[in-house]
Design a protein around this ligand. Structure first.
Ligand code: ATP
Ligand code: MG
Length: 367
């Protein structure tokens, strides 16, 4: 799959811009604050219906404008598609595929898959569990619509239940609704665990290989999916997972009431990462955890390919300049085979190393 052309209207610092891309490597070059990341952000938006960095869609609208528009001509599954997004201040964004409105962002993922890699991702292993959950959630949501739906449902229930627990002191009758919430959360939670367990297994397979290769065969990476304690086998059937989640709920019901916090469920899941048998978060060097993070991102692309049979568009924002020459070479050797976007600064020597179409970005204009 690939994106052939992109049109931006009042998106970030772009007023009006059409760009044609190469089917293989696109090198986005420019000084700081010229619009390189914005260009990549626009491409990812067309695949996920949300920004990789903005909290609210309205940040994407060019200062002073009323709405932003994105339009991409894509080639995917042997066909041409036009995917469009209208982002309007104070209203829900409108997404269309071939002029037909789509309700869920997951329908965009069907047409365009993306793996976005930025320098913050290099802290994926060092960061708290939330970062690794986000990683799983984001990749799985692109690949499995059922996962995306269960995740949205779970998050909605979680927020609602948290409000009930918080407000129950003043309004004790609210607590009558808790059993219903617990059941629905356990149902959605079982779906999340089902998919996460399988995802982590594939992630370990691919990431361990990448890590071994990148470390010159010196280091062994291993992963373990960690979820709710009562879940003995995350690969068990979803009915078994459901029962075990309910048991955990019941055991923590009193503590939830006392703390007024939602304590039970897969919203605390993590991936335990070990390098050479030691907990990487605690014991690994900066270089080791970076290599492991790199391996995670490359594995994300491998898994996408394994499951869909297609190569997702890979977008590397400023990552190469953050890596030492050995790791740069490793990444560059691994990115062939699909469409790639790489940003780099003008003075960067990398620009000259990369073969591909060069797009110069200056003050929100591409030439
Ligand atoms: P760097 O090399 O520093 O990463 P970059 O080329 O990636 O730079 P971008 O992150 O793409 O730069 O941002 C370019 C500019 O876009 C910034 O100066 C920012 O102020 C501007 N910008 C961001 N959002 C908007 C907006 N909604 N309207 C207008 N300009 C915006
Ligand atoms: Mg940038």
């Amino acid at each position: 799959m690939r994106i052939d052309t992109l049109r931006l209207q009042d998106f970030r610092n772009y007023t009006e811009q059409s760009v044609a891309f190469a089917p293989d490597v696109n090198v986005v070059v420019g000084g700081n604050a010229q619009g390189k990341t914005n260009l990549l952000e626009a491409i990812v938006y067309l695949s996920r219906g949300k920004s990789v960095r903005a909290r609210a869609d309205r940040e994407l609208i060019r200062f002073g404008a009323a709405e932003a528009r994105l339009s991409g001509a894509l080639f995917s599954r042997g066909r041409d598609f036009t995917v469009e997004a209208r982002i309007i201040a104070g209203r829900r964004r409108v997404l269309t595929v071939n002029q037909v409105g789509v309700k869920r962002a997951a329908e965009l993922a069907d047409v365009l898959g993306t793996v976005f890699f930025c320098p913050e991702d290099l802290f994926l292993i060092r960061d708290g569990a939330a970062a690794r959950r986000r990683f799983m959630d984001q990749s799985l949501s692109q690949l499995r619509p059922r996962y995306a739906a269960a995740l949205a449902e779970y998050n909605r229930l979680y927020e609602h239940k948290t409000r009930i627990l918080r407000d129950s002191e003043e309004h004790p009758s609210l607590l009558d609704t808790l059993p219903e919430f617990n059941t629905r959360m356990a149902l959605a939670g079982a779906v999340l665990i089902h998919y996460r367990a399988r995802y982590c297994a594939r992630l370990e397979y691919y990431a361990a290989a990448a890590h071994r290769e990148c470390s010159g065969g010196r280091e062994a990476l291993s992963l373990r999916y960690e979820t709710v304690k009562t879940v003995l086998d995350p690969f068990a059937g979803q009915n078994v997972l459901f029962e075990q989640l309910m048991a955990h709920q019941q055991a923590h019901a009193a503590a939830e009431l006392a703390s007024r916090l939602c304590l039970s469920g897969p919203h605390k899941d993590d991936i335990l990462v070990e390098i050479g048998g030691e907990n990487a978060r605690q014991f690994s060097s900066q270089g080791q955890t970076r290599t492991a993070a790199l391996a995670f991102k490359l594995a994300e692309r491998d898994i996408y390919q394994e499951i869909t049979g297609r190569s997702p568009v890979l977008l590397l924002d400023d990552v190469l300049s953050e890596l030492d020459p050995r790791r740069q070479e490793f990444v560059l050797n691994r990115i062939t085979g699909g469409q790639v976007f790489i940003t780099c600064c003008e003075e960067d020597r990398l620009g000259s190393l990369l073969a591909g179409k060069v797009l110069h970005v200056e003050q929100g204009q591409v030439s």
